[in-house]
Structures are given as structure tokens and as C-alpha cells.
Write a protein that binds this ligand. Sequence first.
Ligand code: GLN
Length: 515
Amino acid sequence: MSELASESLTQGELIHKTAAELAAKIHSGEVSSVEVTQAHLDRISAIDATVHAFLHVDAEGALAAAREVDADVAAGREVASPLAGVPLALKDVFTTKGIPTTVGSKILEGWVPPYDATVTRRLREAGIVVLGKTNMDEFAMGSSTENSAYGVTHNPWDLDRIPGGSGGGSSASLAAFEAPLAIGTDTGGSIRQPASVTGTVGVKPTYGGVSRYGLVAFSSSLDQGGPCARTVLDAALLHQVIGGHDPMDSTSIDAPVPPVVAAAREGAAGDLSGVRIGVVREFTGEWYQDGVIGSFQRAVETLRGLGAEIVEVSCPHFDYGLPAYYLIAPSECSSNLARFDAMRYGLRVGDENGNSAEQVMALTREAGFGEEVKRRVMIGTYALSSGYYDAYYGQAQKVRTLITNDFQAAFADVDVLVSPTTPTTAFRIGERADDPVAMYRADLCTIPANLAGTPALSVPCGLSDEDGLPVGLQVMAPALQDQRMYRVAAAYEVARDAEQGGPLINRVPQLEVAR
Ligand code: GLN
């Protein structure tokens, strides 16, 4: 191991701390950010060949950022934010100035963005140490990270299984203790479903709560960046850093970030009396594993034990969320991905032999896009074409309104809604690779919140009785009320750990730690 083994804390101890704990130790001078950063870089060197969470590691940039925080601490200056000095893994869908950004696609191989996304800039300004860029399904289309052009990521709970998608690299980096914090994006579930299957926490904020400037677009009316962590409080602290108004994104909400940190702290006191929680009746049935339903039902009983009032709620149009999503998201993607025209970014194929611009564009897109991306572009182009627009895209937009109305009716009666995050635990690598619809079903429970623009999170709720793999509890709140779900999830987390003998994440098989 390189320089700087702390006298007080071993590498193994450092990588198992929460972000909040690390921040406290760094800010008090007990450990340096350089030590913490190096411990995580060493962990990545030791195990990422096995997990493959990262596409690019920026050790030099990370250590330079860490040194700046250490200089502030040494000089007695106020640190830049409550998370200053803490390392983070960034999904490779956000632009990073001077650092490659591939979005998991060959079409952007070798592209080095000339600017930082707003999320990237806010992380840097907060003194958060960006370790590198994480693997993902190409253009964030998928639920398993198998659609990455750069190889699959493995789930640390079982290396033969998927880490979820599209943000499987970010979730796996947390579960493998390669980073205490990560960033994801969620268009139909890509933060929450990976969180669910890796036993970590993932949050999709209210649409417009986190800037999309510099987030490579998949489906602009659905895409939303958000925090990933191993605890609810850590997610809230990160949400506070990346959230808030940005004039560079026209859909950014011009209001303060909801009080998510205060809510997470309040929730940790473990009292939910007076909170009404709705269990969504529609999220059960043939696609749901018994082990998932069992863990979910136990979680509902735990919430009841915390004083919450539990009622059953029907949201009848949620059943149509998946088909509506698979018209709206591909339609927007077919338009957004038109910009990859072989002229502006990354790959260019067939530029010799006197080919026309159209031929170069066609050859480049043929070579640069993977199967799933092509499927979506074709579905979307079809759904938007004249004669079909009303029947497909137009109908889907109407369903979207009905789903939003279901949420509104439900939230007139309850404070939050709960469900399993995804119908199954992590499936085996390859198991659904040839069955796109089976892959799409991973997002049955997550998609409605994207269509309605409402916030939702996933918090681990135990290990399935069937296969011993993590299950996620989804908590959904009304738009702009993100704090409600943090409060409920934080209370649940404390009760869960008391019931189940400590944090669930500590039961992940320990991959060998380099010393
Ligand atoms: N799995 C969904 C899809 O493939 C959601 C992806 C996402 O949220 N980016 O579109």
C-alpha cells in the first residue's frame, strides 16, 4: 500500500465508515482527506478488476482535491461543505471537464468534455473528492449494466449477478466499499433499482430538484440526477450539495432544496406517530418474488411499530406506467440521440472513400450504438411518426396525466406511499439479456414517480428469505416534499438495524482488502 497509513485507522476501517463519519474525522483533523482518498483508491486498485464499477479512475485529480481540503483544515479555515474531503464515485453520464465521459457508449469513446456539468461543479465546489467515473448501461438504457459497451459490472453480494442498472457502477462501488458516496441518474428507476439490488440507498429527487445541465440526455422530461449512499443521512447530505436552482437548466426548480438533512436527522429519532403511510395495492402479483413481498411486508410492520398509520391505497393507472414509459422515453431518446451525428463528438466511421455526410453518419451510428439504444431509437422514431403519433406518443402522454392524478388523489389521503422498489432481487448476469421485456419489468414500481415527476427513494429492507439477497423498500412523496421520504426512511433504517442486528450492508461478502 502506498504512503499514509493512518496510525489510528486502518484502510479497512476507513472504507467502512459512513460519509458523515468520515467528514467529521476529516474536519476535526483526526484523519486527512488524502488518507481517506488513498484508502479508497487502494481499495479500487485491489478489487475493481473483479467488480468493474469504474470506467475511469482519476487518482491524481482526487488526491489534488483532497489536499485542498486538508489545507483548509490545517489553516483553520472553514471547509467548503459538510461533505468536504469525502470521496465520491460519479456516474459516467455527467460531463467532467478534462476527464473522459462515455455514457457507457462506444459512440463517445475518447470524448473529453470541455466543461463540467452543474452537478460536477457543485461537487467540486463542495470539496467532495471525485474518485472517477462509474460504469452504466449505454445512455442509461437498461436495468443491469449489461448494456454498457465497456463490460458488465458485478454485484458485490454475488459476483455472478447484476448490480442493477443503469447506474450499476455507482451502486456496486458503494456495496464494494470503493466509495462512501456516489451519484446516479434516474429516468425510470436507474438510481433506485440498483440501490435495491445492492443493499444501498438511492434517491430520485423531485423532477427539477437537481440540475440536468451537463447530464447527457436520454429522456429529458424524465431524467433526474440524485444521491446514492449507504445510509439515508449520507444521501440527504449529498442531496443538499447537488440540489437547488440552476439557471442553466430551464426545468430547474427555483426554490431552496427541501429540508432533507433536517428530516433525515429527525427521522433517526425513530418516531413516526402521526404519519400516514399508503401501501400501493397495485404493486404485487405474478412478477413479484415471494422473498421480496415477505421483506416488504415486514418493513411495513416495522413502520407501524414506529407509530405510523398504515392504509392500503389504490393507484389504478400505475399498471399502465411501464407501457407509457416505453413510448415516452424512446420517443425523447430518438430525438435527443440525433445529436450523435459523427460530426460533433467522439466516434467517426467511414470518413474516407468519398462517403457523403449521410453515409458517415449512418456508418458511425451503426458502429457506435449498441442493440438496446438502436431498439429505442427505432421505437421512438416510429411512435413519433405522423399517423402513429396520436395512437402511441399522444396516448402515452394521456396515461402520464392519469398516473399523476393517481398520485395526487393518494397524497390527499396519505403523507407517503410505500412499495417494494423492484419485483425481484438481483438476477443472474445473462438471465434477461435476450428478453428486453423481462428486463423492462425491473422498473414496474419505479416508473410511476418518473412519469409524475415526484420524488422517491429506495432504502434496504432486509435480505430475501428465498435467496439471501438485498430487497429495497421504496418510499414515495409528493412533488417538492422530498423531506417526507427521508424522514420515513431514516426512521425505518434505525428500527431495521435494531431488529436485524446492525447495518445490512455489513453483511455483504467481504471481497479481499489489500493491506
Ligand atoms: N431501466 C429503465 C430503462 O431502461 C430506466 C433507465 C433509467 O432510469 N435511466 O429505460
